[in-house]
Write a protein that binds this ligand. Structure first.
Ligand code: PAF
Length: 288
């Protein structure tokens, strides 16, 4: 497994592969890998086959964090990440520096961003107004470095996957976006690098997100007709309220592809949640 640290060497390597007809699968991450990330690596491998290559990027992208968010304390463990990548059969870990990805940004002369204007308007886009501009910009830049045929994203970040798919279509990137299922802990908590911020009591209470999804599914299955979104939202908020460490940021019901909010909830409606557990903001989602 090779480790590449700058965009030019990553591009040179990717162009060599493409000239040789080698298929490139890509898993973008911010590191501190867990089983969820490794399942994305396996999915990328399945897509490109044994003769293809899998690149995983590790880059904690500063532009997708708001000024009061956890950029500086975001967990990092490069040695462990590399071990997990080697075991999972990653061919190249691409881990660029801030200077190489955003030249001149510290001095205030980095000035090019990629912005998606529709799917970013709700949910994470409201709570984290500059987040998606950072995500689309870095994903576009990573695509230019890695030149993948297929890129795999996790379904836990449902809105992110939709935004990246839209950007890929709108800007004609020759990349197939694959969205892989969310991996969960045995008690239902969606795997996330941020779970490590939780103390043991918060960790127990954090199962409330998957319980809210299960409750919504049960209500939809039980109802004979579509349920008003406001009524179901209240029911789920009540469940969150029963956990002292939990504070709801949003509960949204929407169309899974257009992300348009829905007033009536029925089978096939998508639910997304953002809930603070203590100071840690967790997200989850599921089809009802
Ligand atoms: O989902 C993530 O880890 C990040 O948002 C991504 C896609 C790697 C971009 O920094």
């Amino acid at each position: 497994m090779r480790i590449l640290r700058d965009p030019a060497s990553m591009q040179r390597q990717a162009m060599k592969w493409l000239r040789a007809g080698t298929r490139i699968g890509f898993v973008p991450t911010m590191g501190y890998l867990h089983e969820g990330h490794i399942s994305l690596v396996h999915e990328a491998r399945r897509r490109v086959g044994a003769s293809g290559v899998v690149v995983l990027s590790i880059y904690v992208n500063p532009t997708q964090f708001g000024p009061r968010e956890d950029f500086t304390k975001y967990p990092r463990d490069f040695r462990r990440d590399c071990r997990l990548c080697r075991e999972a059969g990653v061919d190249v870990v691409f881990t660029p520096s801030d200077d190489s990805m955003y030249p001149g940004r510290e001095a205030g002369d980095y000035s090019t961003y990629v912005v998606e204007e529709q799917l970013t308007q709700g949910m994470e886009g409201v709570s984290r107004p500059t987040h998606f501009r950072g995500v689309t910009t870095i994903v576009a830049k990573l695509f230019h470095c890695v030149l993948p045929e297929v890129a795999v994203f996790g379904a836990k970040d449902w809105q992110q996957a939709a935004v990246v798919s839209r950007m890929t279509r709108d800007l004609n990137f020759p990349v197939r976006i694959v969205v892989a299922e969310t991996r969960r802990e045995p008690d239902g908590l969606a795997m996330s690098s941020r779970n490590r911020y939780l103390d043991p009591d918060q960790r127990r209470q954090a199962t409330v997100l998957s319980e809210m999804i299960a409750l919504a599914r049960a209500e939809v299955a039980r109802a004979k007709r579509p349920i008003p979104a406001g009524k179901l939202r209240e029911r789920l908020a009540g469940l969150a309220f029963s956990r002292p460490a939990a504070r709801v940021d949003y509960i949204e019901f929407f169309h899974p592809e257009t992300l348009r909010p829905l007033e009536k909830v029925g089978p096939g409606t998508h639910l997304a949640l953002a809930v603070f557990v203590g100071a840690t903001r967790l997200i989850d989602n599921g089809s009802l």
